[in-house]
Every structure is written in structure tokens, then in C-alpha cells.
Design a protein around this ligand. Sequence first.
Ligand code: GLN
Length: 257
Amino acid sequence: MKKATKVLTLALAMIMLAGVLTACGGGSKKGDTLTFGTNPEFPPFEFITSNGVIGEFDGIDMAIAKQIAEENGMTVAMESMEFDSLLVALQNGQIDAVIAGMTATDERRETVDFSTTYYTATQVMIVREDSDITKATDMADKKICVVQGYTGEVCVQEMGYSYEAFKKGTEAVLELVNGKCDVVVIDSATAQKYVGDNEGLKIVEDASAFESEEYAIAVQKGNTELLDKINASVEKMLSDGTINELAVKYTEEATAE
Ligand code: GLN
């Protein structure tokens, strides 16, 4: 090989190597985005608004997700889907994590890993103001509405009562307002929001029937790298009062509307 050809071959090889390096560099760019999945039908945790913290997404969870990404030098992305599809999308790798006011249940723990708890809630009953329901067993002969796939549905199922399941909390509450059902079983903070939004409703609690539920962020089973980052941020936000402040802010906004 002539010297000139050798130089040319070497130069070509270097250009190709640079190309490979760039391709790798480009590949790691995707790692700079932290993609969460949510179902924005669960105020005050996630809802759609004209000017949210992540584009049109707003709520306690959305502010938490944004801060987790920022603290880890990543850009936050949010994908909206049905509540029932969230854990499947996580397992498929379509999203990196789920933040959706999701209760860390033993059943869900079989397929995903959960972060440190960031909020404690409970199921409550929303009824019309003139209702005679004062405890969970009073639901026995009543028409019960729940939201499909929520822990509220599981609770009512376990109590052995029949019920009707709706896709959205707002749909179930509309049935109640219209007198087509007698009680909606749903998470406490979301119930407060719906009672604030609709005339003539009230909340009935029954601590002996509904256990407390712990909201946590889900990641793929075994993704300890991401889980450690999420936990570090969540623990910081819990200890410095950020999550508490967010809960107060979004709950006040919800009841002021
Ligand atoms: N906490 C309930 C559950 O995990 C409802 C969550 C939600 O609707 N986003 O099923």
C-alpha cells in the first residue's frame, strides 16, 4: 500500500470510529429523559389544565415527578394513559416509571417495584347530603359506583357487594349527583375535590372498614438504579417539607375552585 493510501485508510477509519462514538453519544441522550406514565383523571394528584407544571399536566404528582427528574439532571416527560394500562406500559418499557396516586398493594408488588411512600390516603364514601349511609356496611343494599382498576373497586369486591365500575371518577360522581347510584367509593383527597366541585354531596369515612393506603412511584422490577434516584429525591422532598407544601397548595386550589 502506498503511503498516501495508508493515510487515507487511517483517516477513513478514524471518521468511521468518530461516527460510532457519535452514535453512542446520541444514544445516551435518550437516557437524559425520564418518562413517567400517569392517568390525569385524579385531582389533586394529576389533572389537565391550560398551564400545568409539565405542559398541560398539573397536580401534586406532576410537581414531584418534575423535581425528581431535575434533581437527577434529566428532562421530565409525561405520558397519559388509562389507569389500567400503566403497569403494562411500565413492564413493556414504554415508560420508565408510574406516578399516579398509585397505592403500593401486594398484588401490584408482584409485577413492579415501588418507591418510598410519599402520601398516605384511605378510601372514603361520597354520598348525597340526605343519605342514610354512615358506615361501610350500610352500602350492602345500595347502588355502589367505583372506578375501574382503582383500589376502591378491590375494597368493594372484597366486601362482597355488587357495584358498577366507571372509567373515570367524574363519571361515577355524575351518576351519584343524578341519583342513579347511592355511593361512590374512592380515595380521600380526590373525594374532597369532587365534593367541593358538586353541590349536595358529602364524605362518609369508616376507618374500621377501609385501611390506609400508601401512594408510591412504580418502576420495573429490579430497576434499582432508577429506584435509588427516585427514593433519594422523594426522601428529600418528604424531609424538607416540599411534598407537604404541594399537598396543601393543590388541596386548597381544589377546594377554592
Ligand atoms: N389509589 C388508587 C389506586 O391505586 C387510585 C389511583 C388513581 O386513580 N390514580 O388504585
